[in-house]
Design a protein. Sequence first.
Length: 476
Amino acid sequence: MKIKWFQSKVPEKDRVPFWRKVAYGLGGPVEGTSVWIPQGNLTPVFNIGLGISPATIGFIIMIWRAWDGVADLLMGNLSDNARTRWGRRRPFIVAGAILTGLTMPLIWWAPRGMESWQTCTWLLVCGLLFYTCFTVWAMPYYSLHLEMSPDYDERTNITAYRAVPQMVLGLFSAWILACAARPMFSTAPDHSPDLVNGMRYISLTLGAVTIVLGVLPGLFVKERFYAETKRQAKQKLFHGLKLTLSTGPFLALIAIVLTKLLSYMLVGSLGFYLNTYYVCKGDLMLATKIAGVCGTLLVAPNLIGVPFCTWLSAKFGKQALLYIMAATGIAGNLSIYLFFTPEHPWLQIIPSILMSPVGAAIWLIAPAMQADVVDYDEWKNGVRREGSFASVFSWTTKMTNTLAAALGGLLLVWTGFDIAHGSIQPASVLFNLKTAYIWIPVGLLTLNLLLIGLYPLSKNKMAAIRAELEARRGAL
């Protein structure tokens, strides 16, 4: 189905063919299977299922993401400097997708019966191997988007084709813990939930999906700027990083994205514990069902709203959409005071509905804004360095992931939560969970509103930059 409702008119010469956008967009869920799902489910599975401390799990994730971020910088530079008959990005995308899918299940298949330190070592080593493979795919994939079209609005349209499959995955991923808790995966005589065994078998399916979808962009998407870039001098890593980190619009974009990411990543795991041990009073099966419904309601309206958000961006600019996103996030988080109540546990779905209409707009707009930054950089410095910007952007978001994972585990410890208390957690713990879960996002989203005003690349500014670039080196 073509995503064309509300879209602005894009000149034919700048338009990417429909099936090429589909092939690119279908690679989007690989980020979900590789980042979102482990980020959201590792702590409940290994803490509740195997008794590993959430602080320890957070520290392991922090090491994963720290290495992943360093590997991104190396891979981004390697991708920019590659010169093959198939292009700079495509060979890495195909090889990386296969390697990522094959190594993904290793994380979840930690042998049972090991000592805690042995389980943690397994997680650490397998995670480092997996995220190395993921980087081989991810940096060329993200860089490829930045060079698919020179048009301001078509870049947002391309991102919409990526956002839709990602949101479809989000509909399913919200139910992963509920699926893992199903009796069919239980190893206990009473068929009680066994999250560890459930995630083992689910990870095999996720690995297969990663391979099938991940290779498509490498096989079917062309590199529009390769004819120009293969003639430019290869870029040195540290010189490129210096240029990237001195690009003002890029730094403003990073600040916008990071405050948005931290607003939900810092407290992501707290939501599961607040749901399970406060609202559902320790009923794990009920809690996972509600989490699944909430996740669906958080994603489904976004899926329907992608064409509207694309139109809104084309009509009023990308910054306008970001303002609306932050405002709805603040309202949704404050509504938790009203709707997280043990007397009516299913009312939890209402904050998800309030936050959902443009909640994912950041992932629709930020990649298109990166493409604008690449044009700005070419205008200023005379070279195209998609891989450098994609890798630094990815590095900073992964460092945010790393920080959030570490602080998220420590934040859970700070609340006083102890798995030994089960469903009888002290009242002070439940108060701390709710307070942190609401006010950390509200504070960060308020800061996000202020930062959006600092981003300078409007639609008119980008039109002027493009005109000067094409006068300088011709249209591509």
